[in-house]
Write a protein that binds this ligand. Structure first.
Ligand code: CP3
Length: 346
């Protein structure tokens, strides 16, 4: 029997009657109703750990744009927090963690309180599973170990992840230990999300592209391969989307070795190349520039159609090449959503 959800059909490589779509970071500050809820909840982390609030902000964009998928509202950094690392979000500064940048500090991390800490997230998934529309798929997610480790070691976001890349060379054993712990934690976390109703998983590896080739194999491919093997022992059929942002010509290796079901492609990927070299391997999701979504107008419309024309010949899910940014006009998101809904495959 075919699944009645367009998004799941596309992930099974079926050519769907319409192109399914959703947007990374579709819940967030560009929506006035999100800003309102965040104020009521108190802070961003309060939102993440209050199931009723988290369910509400997950559903907000669906009410406006009727995407084919809802993504659990949470953050990739709740995992290090659940492992015992201090985390806060300072207004306008992004995440701040107490750096875990020595072998001794890595030894202090543990999974003793891990699932207990994440119980509210599992409850959010359970509630969402009951509340989302019947034709909408529910996406669970986690950060891939490399990207999460860059925040854990560096203590905050950075443009080049230099501290973490250096640490991986100089303290290779300790860094491997951290990655192994993240593989275990992330596998268990995602298995719990699936148990509670997540139908698809996405692994975000936002900073994969800054790794040299040999390090990409070691820190972006191998840990994700292990996580997928761990999940598939329990859920052999679960669709898993990988997003190794900036992987470039290494996308095909990433797909073949990790065993992902589909990939999300970033804005740098040439559409012809994706059609010829990636789409024959697996379904593709992407890749509109979030800044063009801010800019809008005819240029936006032209590019949306260009992406659709190039990739709708194979299994395809429309998305952005990275997350929606706060200054995005909500009416531009409406405009793009309408074009996709009206689009007919050639
Ligand atoms: O709507 C969705 O996509 C679901 C929720 C989601 C969030 N973060 C909510 C969020 C998801 C899937 C993420 C993933 C995430 N978080 C990534 C990987 C994807 C990417 O964007 O590269 C990363 C690297 C993080 C870590 C993180 N969280 C950073 C660097 C920041 C600060 C930057 C910013 O946009 O403020 C966050 C905060 C964050 N995560 C917000 C949201 C809605 C903004 C918080 C607020 O309301 O102030």
């Amino acid at each position: 029997m075919t699944n009645n959800k367009l998004f799941i059909q596309a992930l099974k490589s079926e050519i769907t009657p319409n192109i399914p779509f959703w947007y990374m970071r579709q819940a967030g500050r560009y929506l006035p109703e999100y800003r309102e809820k965040r104020k009521t909840a108190g802070s961003f982390l309060d939102l993440c750990y209050s199931p009723d609030f988290a369910v509400e902000v997950t559903l907000q964009p669906l009410r406006r744009y009727h995407m084919d998928a809802a993504i659990l509202f949470s953050d990739i950094l709740v995992v290090p927090q659940a492992m015992g690392q201090h985390l806060e979000f300072k207004e306008g500064e992004g995440p701040l963690l107490t750096p875990v940048n020595t072998a001794e500090k890595i030894e202090t991390l543990n999974l003793n309180n891990f699932h207990h800490h994440l119980t509210p997230v599992y409850e959010t998934v359970r509630k969402l599973h009951q509340e989302i529309p019947k034709t909408t798929a529910l996406i669970g997610f986690a950060g891939a170990p490399w990207t999460v480790a860059t925040y854990m070691v560096g203590g905050k976001g950075s443009a080049d992840q230099a501290l973490t890349r250096l640490f991986a060379y100089q303290e290779k054993k300790a860094f491997q230990k951290l990655i192994d712990l993240l593989v275990k934690a992330t596998s268990e976390y995602l298995i719990e999300q699936i148990k509670n109703g997540a139908e698809v998983i996405q692994l975000f590896d936002t900073w994969a592209g800054n790794l040299p080739d040999d390090e990409f194999q070691k820190w972006a491919i191998e840990p994700v391969q292990k996580i997928i093997q761990n999940i598939r022992k329990f859920y052999p059929e679960i669709p898993i989307i990988g997003f190794p942002r900036g992987a470039g010509c290494r996308y095909p290796d990433y797909i073949r070795i990790t065993g992902v079901t589909a990939v999300s492609i970033d804005t740098t990927m040439p559409l012809d190349w994706v059609r010829d070299h990636i789409q024959p391997l697996c379904p593709v999701q992407g890749n509109l520039d979030p800044l063009l979504l801010v800019s809008g107008g005819q240029q936006l419309e032209n590019r949306v159609v260009e992406i659709l024309d190039h990739l709708s010949g194979g299994p395809f899910i429309f998305n952005l090449g990275h997350g929606i940014v706060p200054q995005t006009p909500p009416e531009n998101v409406a405009q793009v959503s309408e074009i996709i809904k009206q689009y007919k495959r050639k």
